[in-house]
Design a protein around this ligand. Structure first.
Ligand code: NDP
Length: 448
């Protein structure tokens, strides 16, 4: 008999926590999982999944317009936000149910309460119960970080965006990252007037410059208003409803909704980690080694709470590797090299490997191959919206260092191409592959 109540106590039922709990249980561990909100975490409940469904919904605006050029008699169509919102939320409920089923079918003991760490082997849940465990896993994720400015409480974050009572006519989005550009695309297509306000002069820092510039150009053409070098100053309530947003160097901007998309902070407040001996970093993240272990040997952490790579598939891999290593007799580590990522903007963009700027810094001279084209569907639709694919190659050995693209279905196409980049294939290997015609993806094997 173990001296502990559980072999593993997981705090947080998001992507990383659920995967770790399920896999550890499948390896035979006695597992408890505490969750203070809903099972599924950011990705399922208020992130990737509902966001992608809203993007599908928003895309119909353009598809219905284009359909006329393809011979369809499309009457003037109305959009009903409440229908889309409620159907999306119902799908989220369904997925949460599936997650709960998976946990119960693996005999994971689910505790629907907040849990806090009380010691290297002890956890207390909100109801006051204390549980001991040989190993504790922190998988509490992250939450939207809202700048500290007067009136910030009048704004929403992506958490609330999925529940809006009605579609805002005018929306101001603070930030120029993933969430800002994705929601700008959604609201703009659905008919809102969108203004993005960013403190710097750049959107989507970390992505390739050419791809970011192309998104900015297309977004402006689609009617999204960008205000750069505009630090957020304050938000005031507006007589008759809505808000007035004050930003540096600009006239005040009236809006129905102001949404903060200014990064995400690790969820460690009041978690008891410091008292248990885990000193958090300046961002409040849990420091871990390559085995996801904190300085306290019995406490581990995976996912956004560690602030390494804030992406769902990475959290899932970390949770899986942790469970295999600690409970499956199969020690392994996550390989962070060449992680593909995408922004589901309108149109979407995606990238893997080094950007041109990073490649030049690390490798000096690099070869750049590009295809700047109009997707066939856009041509017939009469839309002057160009896709851009860009490959960065090491001239010394012809290896592809990076691949970046913006255009319809770019994330779908890049996922497959990322296998080749991750495998270290050469430009010649792409050239040797016969094109699949007519597709957009064929541009990848025809790059000059
Ligand atoms: P991002 O880190 O992508 O972007 C944050 C933006 O907010 C930047 O433009 C940044 O400006 C600005 N900003 C940061 N702090 C402040 C501040 N105090 N005041 C004003 N502006 C500020 O964050 P998001 O919130 O968009 O997304 C969080 C994370 O979630 C992403 O980094 C990503 O890892 C993940 N995510 C992934 C998605 C996907 O895979 N498709 C979708 C959504 C989220 P500056 O650049 O000038 O610093």
């Amino acid at each position: 008999m173990s001296e502990f109540d559980f072999d593993l106590f997981v705090i947080g039922a998001g992507s990383g926590g659920v995967r770790a709990a399920r896999v550890a249980a499948a390896h035979g561990a006695k597992v408890a999982l505490a969750e203070e909100y809903r099972v599924g975490g950011t990705c399922v409940i208020r992130g990737c999944v509902p966001k992608k469904l809203l993007i599908y919904g928003a895309h119909f605006a353009e598809d219905l317009r284009d359909a006329r050029r393809f011979g369809w008699h499309v009457p003037d169509c109305d959009f009903d936000w409440a229908t889309l919102r409620d159907n999306v939320l119902a799908e989220v409920d369904r997925l949460e149910g599936l997650y709960c089923n998976t946990l119960s079918s693996h005999s994971v003991h689910l505790i629907r309460e907040r849990a806090e760490v009380r010691g290297p082997h002890e956890v207390e849940t909100a109801g006051g119960a204390r549980h001991t465990a040989a190993t504790i896993l922190i998988a509490t994720g992250a939450r939207p970080a809202v700048p500290d400015c007067p009136g910030a409480e009048l704004g929403i974050t992506s958490n609330e965006a999925f529940h809006l009572a009605e579609l805002p006519r005018r929306v101001v989005i603070a930030g120029g990252g993933y969430i800002a550009n994705e929601f700008a695309g959604i609201f703009n297509e659905l008919g809102s007037r969108v203004t993005i306000v960013n403190r710097s002069g750049e959107i989507l820092r970390g992505y390739d410059d050419s791809i970011r510039d192309r998104l900015l150009k297309i977004s402006v053409e689609k009617g999204i208003d960008f205000r750069f070098h505009a630090p957020f100053e304050r938000v005031e309530p507006r007589e008759g409803g809505g808000v007035i947003v004050h930003v540096g160097g600009q006239d005040p901007i009236p809006a129905d909704v102001v949404m903060f998309a200014t990064g995400r902070a690790p969820n460690t407040q009041g978690l008891g980690l410091e008292q248990a001996g885990v000193t958090l970093d300046a961002m409040g993240a849990v420091p871990v080694d390559e085995d996801n272990r904190t300085p306290v040997p019995s406490i581990f952490a995976v996912g956004d709470v560690t602030n390494r790579v804030q992406l769902t598939p990475v959290a899932i891999r970390e949770g899986h590797a942790f469970a295999d290593s600690q409970f499956g007799g199969n020690p392994r580590r996550v390989d962070y090299h060449c992680i593909p990522s995408a922004v589901f903007s309108h149109p979407p963009l995606a990238g893997v490997g080094l950007t041109e700027r990073q490649a030049r810094e690390r490798h000096g001279d690099v070869k750049i191959y590009q295809s700047d084209f109009r997707a066939m569907k856009n041509v017939l639709a009469g839309r002057d919206e160009r896709a851009l694919y860009k490959m960065i190659v090491d001239p010394t050995d012809d290896r592809v260092l990076g691949l970046h693209m913006i255009g319809p279905d770019a994330p779908e196409i890049l996922q497959a191409a990322a296998v080749a980049v991750k495998a270290g294939l050469t430009k010649q290997a792409f050239d040797d592959t016969v094109a699949l015609h007519p597709t957009m993806a064929e541009e990848l094997v025809l790059l000059r």
